[in-house]
Every structure is written in structure tokens, then in C-alpha cells.
Design a protein around this ligand. Sequence first.
Ligand SMILES: CC(C)(COP(=O)(O)OP(=O)(O)OC[C@H]1O[C@@H](n2cnc3c(N)ncnc32)[C@H](O)[C@@H]1OP(=O)(O)O)[C@@H](O)C(=O)NCCC(=O)NCCS
Length: 282
Amino acid sequence: MNLRIRQMRPSDVVAVVRIANQAFLETARLGWLMGRRAVDRLVEDRECLFVAEAGGEVVGFVVGGCSGDRATIGWIAVHPDYWGRGIGGMLLGAVEEVARRKGIGVVETGTPFARSFYEKHGFRCVGVDRCMVLELVGRAISLPEGVRVRTLMLDDIGSLIELMGEDEWLRFSRAFFSAYEDDPEKAIMVTSKEGTTLGVAVGENDRTYGELVTLTYMFVGREGDAMKVLDSMAYLASSRGHRWLGVRLPLEGTSQEELEGRGWEDAKLPSFWTRYRMRKEI
Ligand SMILES: CC(C)(COP(=O)(O)OP(=O)(O)OC[C@H]1O[C@@H](n2cnc3c(N)ncnc32)[C@H](O)[C@@H]1OP(=O)(O)O)[C@@H](O)C(=O)NCCC(=O)NCCS
């Protein structure tokens, strides 16, 4: 195989988008997204942008960067016909070489699915940003017993300052107002039948994957009520016909084990996934 790694050029963008379409499971395969990112980076700073060429065809690319004391790998992909031939490793090597020349000693990236690729090339996992999802189709989704749910109205939110305290209320209202613009019905108040507030939750439609709602904020009065609030959000998302509810961990009042015990899974959706933070000293 006549292979070479060279700097990316504007005329490579179409091939880069095609490879991304065919290689990625994540939203990085969306043409507008990868095309836009590649073009932005070609305009701003192309020194860590490389492609792999086999027989004159572009078969892989890396969009990396060097900033301050670290280099990063933004996106890397190889055409599926060429997987497992060391091309991904060579593309990583090209970015590492630029970094070394600049006296940079660390390369970092985050990945959902390619952890073993990075480990094979000397990276280690230094942290996990865990996301979990509940599939709302194919299971019974009901409102927890003794609980009432209603959409939060603008008029309600002032009264929550007293319950939450000012700092927490500011965090809440940031999530509330961004959901308000997107879909005001995804901000809910959960109460007992007697009317005691158990908690509030705010969800947002995922912008690129319409079947997913993600929880952007949750407040519970007592830790023990966290699952009631979350189950109420699942009920709401299900009643609107969504397929998935997603949460980012840590989430107060719950744990990965508890969620798994209730049917939640590690997230591997196109735009919502557990991220493995990878690092290599070079
Ligand atoms: C990850 C990817 C760039 C690797 O390219 P490659 O040219 O096959 O990589 P190399 O030949 O240098 O390394 C191969 C090793 O990486 C790992 N690997 C290869 N493909 C992988 C994948 N899809 N997921 C996880 N690990 C993978 C394997 O450990 C493999 O070793 P093996 O052949 O001994 O089993 C390529 O599979 C790809 O484009 N995947 C889809 C896009 C992607 O996931 N990009 C990274 C996300 S940031």
C-alpha cells in the first residue's frame, strides 16, 4: 500500500466529510458538522490537520490542535476499508510530531467508542464523563405512586427561590429559561398528592437526535425523592413520544448502580455518550 501522511488542504474537505459519514457512529458523521469544523480549522490554524493518502486517494484524516501546553485530537477517522492497517496510528503520530516540535509534552482527547484504539497507541484513560439513558419504548412507564406532575409556569418559579436558596435558584433558572425557549413543557414540578414540592426537573430536546430528551437540571428537596422526580420526567418524555431519556452523572440522589438496576444503560447514542478522557505523555 502506497501510503503517505500530509497536511490537509481545502481541496480535501469533500473527502474528509465522506470519510466522516462512513466511519463515525457519532454525530461527527453529519456532513454540515464535520464539514464546518474542518473548514473553520483550515481557516484558523491548519498546522495539526492531516490526511492519509493511499494510492493518491484520501483515506483518513485527523483534526488536531496545539494550544498552550497541550495538544488535542478533535476528530480522527479512517475509511472503513482501511481500518486496522496502522493508518489511525500514523495520523496520531503526525499531530504528536507537531506537538513535540513545539515542546508540548501532552496529548489529550475524549472518545465514546475508540478507547481501545487510543490505548493501543499509548494513551491511558484519565477520567470518565458518564452519561446514561433509559429507553422509553418497550417498557411500562408510569407515574410514581403518590406523585403529581405539572408543567412549571413562569409564575411558579419565583416561589422556588425560598425552597432552593439563591445560588441554586440561579442554576435552576438558567436551565429553565433555556428550556423555555425550546419547549416550555419540559420543565416540571413534582409534588406529593398533598401538594408538598418533591422536586423540579428540566429537560431539553436533543438538537440533532429528535428521539432523545436530556435532563439538564434536577432539584430534589430530599435525596430519597430523586428517583421519583426522574421517573416523572421519564413519564413526561414517554407521553410526548420520545424514545430515550438521558442523564449526565453524577446526579444527586442517584448512582450508576441504582440507575442500572432500574434499566438505565450506558449512553451510546449518536449525540449523547459516555466520554472517556484519554491522555498520553509524549
Ligand atoms: C478509530 C479509527 C480511527 C482507527 O483507525 P485504524 O487505522 O483502524 O487504527 P490503527 O490501525 O492505527 O489501530 C488499530 C487498533 O485500534 C483499535 N480500533 C480500531 N478500530 C476501532 C474502533 N472502531 N473502535 C475502537 N477501537 C478500534 C483496535 O485496537 C485496533 O487494534 P487491532 O487491529 O490490533 O485490533 C477508525 O477505526 C475509525 O475511523 N473509527 C471510526 C471513527 C472513530 O471512532 N474515531 C475516533 C473517535 S474520536
